[in-house]
Design a protein around this ligand. Structure first.
Ligand code: NAD
Length: 341
């Protein structure tokens, strides 16, 4: 049983529900928010604190950082130096230099940082991973990803959103980051990216539309379309493997929540059906993410968080130079210290 303090009572509310569903692994011992009323609104009897320093000096084991992006790295470092493991909402950091700082402090203190990527957890992704691991997928040829969400003025009422200083990036950092993480999980590391970005929907500093292409190290070609100007919220992923095509549903924030449509191509339908019958629906979303930390099986690693920050860095670099960007990025890269203008 590990004691957790949730810092930030926005998305922290959903983290809290997930901890509550896993009482054998976690006990939430504190909710911390500068806004006491907001914290009390979700706490349901859990002690509330407004001073992060007090929480850091308490006996909790895990600090769960649900703060705006510009506060992630400083809070995670302070938590590790206080002897705590860290769960950190996306983006875990907003520069490669900062992720490298996190890695150094983690190594020095022996603590862990778990970047939040809860979209990975659910039956759809489990199906595709199982087919890949069973050898039924073969080569990945191509894929497409859509992050078509709607964000209006009320969303941008939180003063940190839509700004370079607060949110630190737009749709490629705050929204499509989940779908892009899934692509890297299912198709392996990236070799090259190209991006066109624009602010077309809301009166904000950061981008809210993106047209992106990825070349994976395997050679697979991926297109990603992202906007915050859709009529409603949908996410969709289609993966074309040698053995089959896999297509998610349209659930915006939990694309793995339901089974994906698998259409056989080179692998036999029978082999696919019997492999899929072996997949038992895992816990999904935040619950799956936290259970993976508790059991040590398929927990999201800081190295995977670093890959997502590297991808965002490469996308901004490509957009600004008008050229494709090769990965991995070196520590001498022009945007190593960050992409914020
Ligand atoms: N994984 C996901 O699907 C998902 C979804 C939504 C948000 N997020 C991420 O979660 C993070 C928070 O987003 P949100 O929508 O909950 O934001 P939010 O603005 O609704 O909540 C942040 C809270 O942090 C509090 N806060 C700010 N500074 C603080 C401090 N120094 N000490 C204590 N509390 C402080 C604020 O009072 C606020 O209540 C962001 O990084 C965002 O990208 C992730």
């Amino acid at each position: 049983m590990r004691k957790v303090a949730i810092i930030g009572a926005g998305i922290g509310r959903e983290h809290l529900s997930a901890y509550r569903a896993l009482p054998e692994h976690f006990e939430v011992a504190a909710i911390c928010d500068l806004d006491r009323v907001r914290a009390e609104d979700i706490a349901g009897g859990i002690p509330v604190e407004t001073d992060l320093a007090k929480v850091l000096s308490s006996n909790v084991d895990i600090i769960d950082v649900c703060l705006p992006p510009h506060l992630h790295v400083s809070t995670a470092i302070a938590a590790m130096e206080a002897g705590k493991d860290v769960i950190c909402e996306k983006p875990v950091a907003t520069s490669l230099a900062d992720v490298d700082k996190l890695e150094k402090v983690a190594a020095k203190t022996g603590r862990a940082v778990y970047p939040v990527f809860q979209y990975r957890f659910g039956v759809g992704v489990a199906q595709v991973l199982h087919l890949i691991r069973s050898g039924l997928a073969g080569e990945a040829f191509a894929a497409s990803v859509e992050t078509h969400w709607r964000r209006d003025a009320d969303y941008y009422a939180a003063p940190w959103r839509g700004t370079w200083a607060g949110e630190q990036g737009g749709v490629i950092l705050g929204h499509a980051i989940h779908a892009h993480d899934l692509i890297c999980l299912l198709l392996g590391p990236l070799a090259q990216v190209s991006a066109q970005l624009a602010t077309r929907v809301n009166d904000i500093e950061t981008e809210d539309c993106a047209a992106i292409t990825f070349t994976m190290q395997s050679g697979a070609l991926v297109t990603s379309s992202a906007t915050l100007g859709a009529g409603d919220d949908t996410s969709r992923i289609r993966l074309m493997f040698e053995g089959f095509t896999a297509e998610s549903g349209l659930s915006p924030y939990a694309p793995a929540a339901s089974e994906w449509t698998i259409t056989p191509r080179a692998s036999s339908a029978e082999a696919i059906t019997s492999a899929l019958a072996e997949v038992t629906a895992p816990r999904m979303g935040f619950q799956g993410f936290l259970q993976a930390i508790a059991t040590g099986e398929d927990a999201v690693t800081l190295a995977q968080g670093r890959a997502s920050v590297e991808l965002v860095t490469a996308l901004y670099a490509s957009e600004r130079t008008g050229r494709p960007e090769q990965l991995p990025l070196l520590r001498t890269h022009a945007l190593y210290e960050g992409w914020q203008p």
